[in-house]
Design a protein around this ligand. Sequence first.
Ligand code: ARG
Length: 564
Amino acid sequence: MDYKQLIAETLHEQLSDQLELNEIKDLLEKPKHADHGDVAFPTFQLAKLFRKNPAQIAQEIGQSVSSPLIEEKQIVGPYINFFLKKEIVSNAVLKEVVSEKNNFGNLNIGNQSNVPIDMSSPNIAKPMSMGHLRSTVIGNSLANIFEKVGYTPIRINHLGDWGTQFGKLITAYKKWGSEEDVRKEPIKELLRLYVKFHAVAEDDPSLLEEGRLWFKELENGNPEAVELWTWFREESLNEFNKVYDRLNISFDSTNGEAFYNDKMEEVVELLDSKHLLSADQGAHIVDLEKYDLNPALIMKSDGATLYMTRDLAAAIYRKRTYDFAQSLYVVGQEQSNHFNQLKAVLTEAGFEWADDIHHIPFGLITKDGKKLSTRKGKVVLLEDVLSEASSLALQQIEEKNPDLPNKETVAEQVGVGAVVFHDLKNDRLNNFDFTIEEVVQFEGETGPYVQYTRARAMSILSKAGVFDFDASSDFELSDDYSWEVIKLLQEYAHTVKRAYLNYEPSIIAKHAIHLAQAFNRFYANVRVLDEHDEKEARLALVFATTEVLKEDLRILGVEAPDEM
Ligand code: ARG
């Protein structure tokens, strides 16, 4: 039930000459304080239309509206505040959740059209950074949000698997590397070689030239170079997959930058045929002055293509392959300029769909307020971070619930879930601090708190022995504790839609926290298992909470253990 819609319809009966139903709905607000009602209609914007002052308008309309849904209305200055009939709303909402279960809140905005989401995209032969973790979990959650509102998301891992650094790596490997060492600890060893290359090149610049030559060999298909590159790529991908497996995330495509090697010529020709390319000290650029942007570098003077060239080819390839409704790029905000340039070049080239490309930037993960740096040689592997989270979770489970079966499995779900939840609960653009001990807490606004609340709700249902409800039962509840939970359930579809419109998983995470908090207040004050007229309705509320919390967590990419 959409009570905003129903109130809007009621108001529309009075206002149909002046306003459309949707305009009325858009004006309705949710008051910040419960004593100002459940829905408020502010009349400021009507003053011009009615040539009266807002308070007068509120009086006139307020007196004449009525609906069986309205328990009480209060006219406060320019506002009409509505208090709803709690039992009617709770009955309707609980009936919906009980029958729709995890489909509750689904929308069909997208008509199943495709939305490729460029996410994760770490660089081969380097450790996956915390920034790549952010891209992975934000991208995955956006994919779930888009799916819930009726799109078909396509998760793409645009691996950084091409570029001059591979020439450097091949050079370093041939000088100082061994197959055995790379096999043992691929990422650590490849990083060591890369770091050594730069250290040695400081004194011996001829090394840089050697690196350039090896990259040329690679581009020309020299078998030795290609074999090494293929091997490094595979080893790296194996390591990345360990992290993806633990996060329970998979991709529909792992076409990285190298995939576009044979697709760039066409791009360069296209730009050339549209007279967009100009020469700049031997290099080819697209001037973007009219967009207030630096020129985009398309081809270096030696003919080598760049990150930008590959992104242009990828954008065109995605449009052709998926005919997307939107194309998203979940990449840190330090690349905003790059994506502005990408869109500008595509617009210049005459592609109207450039407007459907959206860079989804995000902030940094910090330590004590400072930027995390992968100090030369010293690497924190993401896998180790996840393992530490998991073992901290295990410690807490040992204390709280030593007899729990499958403790290790649950600890992994809680530990990894905690890291993911922490990443997603902040507004995407905010920087945030990462201290593992704070992340894996069972209290406060954390993933484990939400999981724990849901597991408690599940245990209430097991005690009562009911997991299934008949939607034709009566679920009327009118106490204030239930009402706070009901309101959060009722606004679920609206919440999902906001998360979709703002590309903001934190809206879902906040919903989960608020619902868990409201549920805990309910459970502390309302006796669910006592024999009572409202027992079934109360249990239905518990059930609805377990379903919606689970769905919130699923959308975020966090598991919901039934017991913990
Ligand atoms: N590999 C890049 C990096 O780590 C991110 C790639 C993002 N995706 C893209 N299509 N440019 O910075």
